[in-house]
Design a binder for this molecule. Structure first.
Ligand SMILES: [Zn+2]
Length: 184
């Protein structure tokens, strides 16, 4: 079965409510705040695609589907098609630090700093983004940070998320006032 017919099969079963969610997937969807309706929406979304396929998996035909929720962005759903019902094994919001374009596992992690050769670790940081006269603060930004000199590195997907939030003027989670001093 090719990827297109697999996706068509997944969608058919979703439309017929011929699916089950594992307890594991239910716990994950809860922690990532994804509802049943959103899981269905993402698998039926126009941009949905199978990004990984493991036909030899012992649990039967297993595939990883990238789907989209309106106004929220991408989610990943691991689906099993081995039996009479579709089994949703895992649901999560992909970490932009771990994926490229939400489709490819990001294997190219930084280990040493470009500037000082210090050790680089993954961290969620607060980042101040300047855009002309505007200042936007991002929190919980996945980044790679040098433990020696403190230099910060962002992956392309993380940059895209910040660009989208800045350019599309998504409503922020909160706004704060910033004092300004002139020394002249
Ligand atoms: Zn460094």
């Amino acid at each position: 079965m090719d990827k297109n017919s697999l996706l068509a099969e997944i969608r058919d079963r979703i439309r017929q409510s011929r699916y089950r969610l594992t307890g594991h997937a239910e716990r994950e969807s809860e922690s990532d705040r994804v509802t049943r309706q959103e899981i269905e929406e993402s698998l039926l979304s126009a941009g949905a695609e199978i990004i990984e396929h493991y036909p030899e998996d012992v649990r039967g035909k297993i595939c990883l589907v990238l789907g989209f929720i309106k106004g929220q962005g991408p989610i990943h759903v691991v689906c099993g098609l081995g039996g009479e019902v579709l089994v949703i094994v895992t649901v999560y919001r992909p970490d932009p630090g771990q994926w490229l374009n939400w489709r490819i596992r990001n294997k190219w992690t930084m280990k040493t700093c470009h500037f000082c050769q210090g050790k680089v670790v993954k961290k969620k940081i607060r980042h101040v983004h300047y855009w002309g006269d505007e200042i936007v603060i991002f929190e919980n930004v996945p980044a790679e940070v040098c433990t020696q000199c403190g230099e910060v590195y962002f992956s392309p997907d993380v940059l895209e998320m910040m660009d989208n939030a800045t350019l599309k003027k998504t409503p922020p989670d909160k706004s704060i006032a910033v004092p300004v001093f002139s020394l002249s």
